[in-house]
Ligand binder design. Structure first.
Ligand code: ATP
Length: 267
């Protein structure tokens, strides 16, 4: 059958080492999600079932999507990123159909991690027509999740939301999104680590990243990535002016920090 889904399958080349900080989060994901996949017999011996899906929540830009891709990278399987907002914007019937096709595609590409972004988009509507549409899609999602056999299907589901309290409670039942993991904003050492990761391999000169980390309280990983991008742009501008590769300096980073606002404050 023709492929009607607009969701691409990729094999991510990022692993947990590319995710700065979040050591507790990685440890929890290893224990509750990755190890059961790798060694289901250990879990069975203790009478624990290995199934279920992971739900990541926390402020925007702090690495939920990045982590989900890294999980696929860690276990070396395919990855599909589903933006629920896009599916919701389809006509009634069409969106359920599409969701069904996405699960079918995941099975075809198994083993596969399927990542559902913006899960809170489901069920958040107060408008009656929309609410009905959302309800149909939630039901379809529940149907698909319950239809998955973790052992034989080898399709692993990760969901993400900024606002878990808006999530449809049916999605939180056992066997569904039952592993809830908070992905917090980075603390100062984590911010330094993220800056180091984003600057790795680039020409730099005399940087004090610990100082930058200290002055970027409430910055998300995505904010820090932007700071590095802005600093890179400044250095490149000088490079074009002088005709010689110019390193990224502390001054570039300081100017970049001034030009950006932390995005995790309002969460
Ligand atoms: P949203 O809730 O808005 O979807 P998110 O939590 O899914 O946000 P990501 O898309 O994973 O955030 O992060 C955006 C970008 O920020 C990533 O592509 C990544 O480069 C960078 N980033 C965020 N957190 C980290 C981190 N801990 N280590 C390295 N990079 C990070």
């Amino acid at each position: 059958r023709e492929d009607h889904t607009f969701v691409e399958t990729e094999k991510p080349n990022v692993t947990f080492d590319d995710v700065g900080g979040l050591e507790d989060v990685k440890k929890r994901i290893r224990l509750s999600f990755i190890l059961p996949l790798k060694q289901p017999e250990v879990f069975a011996a203790y009478g624990k079932s290995a199934g279920g899906s992971l739900l990541l929540y926390g402020p925007p830009g702090c690495g939920k999507t990045f982590l989900a891709r890294a999980v696929a990278g860690e276990i070396e399987v395919n990855f599909m990123h589903v933006e629920l907002q896009a599916i919701l914007s389809m006509y009634v019937g069409e969106s359920e159909h599409n969701l069904h096709d996405i699960f079918a595609k995941a099975r075809e590409n198994k083993p596969c991690v399927v990542f559902f972004d913006e899960l809170d988009a489901l069920g958040g509507s107060r408008h009656q027509m929309r609410a009905h549409h959302d309800r149909m899609l939630v039901n379809q999602l529940l149907l698909e999740l319950d239809g998955l056999d973790n052992q034989s299907d080898n399709v692993f589901i990760i969901g993400a939301t900024n606002t878990p309290w808006y999530l449809d409670t049916a999605l939180r039942r056992p066997g569904r999104f039952n592993h809830l993991v908070f992905v917090p904003p980075p603390d100062a050492p984590e911010r330094q680590k993220i800056l180091e990761l984003k600057l790795a391999g680039k020409p730099v000169d005399g940087l004090n990243l610990s100082a930058i980390a200290d002055m970027t309280k409430h910055f998300s990983g995505a904010d820090l990535e932007q700071v590095v991008q802005d600093a890179v742009d400044s250095a490149m501008e000088r490079t074009f002016e002088t005709g010689e590769i110019q390193p990224i300096t502390q001054k570039d980073l300081l100017a970049a920090v001034k030009g950006r606002k932390p995005s995790t404050l309002e969460w």
